[in-house]
Design a protein. Structure first.
Length: 113
């Protein structure tokens, strides 16, 4: 699994513009789809420390994708790092991260007529 959290707050705890945030959700969906064949956005509250205070970031979105193996992820790692760096700069973040972890998930494809 690979996931990119799209923040709801900037580095000072101020709410981001909803259109700007949605733009980055769509861009993250496209980026992960180009890399791994698909992506799903999931509302995902987060907790962060902003200016020394713990802040609950209720409107955050986690854009998730699945890749076949670690080798496939590592092949796309620099591209994904460049993407989240651009996102972090535009959304005024102190830091950005990518979540990548092994998973026992699987895909069932059902062909429909």
């Amino acid at each position: 699994m690979v996931a990119i959290p799209v923040p709801f707050l900037d580095r000072h705890g101020k709410e981001l513009n909803k259109r700007q945030m949605q733009k980055w959700v769509r861009l993250a969906e496209k980026e992960l789809t180009d890399c791994f064949g698909g992506a799903t956005p999931i509302p995902s509250a987060g907790t962060n420390i902003i200016e020394g205070q713990i802040v609950y970031e209720e409107g955050q979105t986690l854009v998730c994708s699945a890749c076949e193996n670690r080798k496939e992820f590592l092949k796309q790692r620099n591209r994904i790092a460049a993407f989240v760096e651009r996102m972090g700069n535009e959304l005024d973040q102190h830091s950005v991260f990518v979540i990548a972890f092994p998973s026992d998930s699987f895909l069932i494809e059902i062909e429909t007529s």
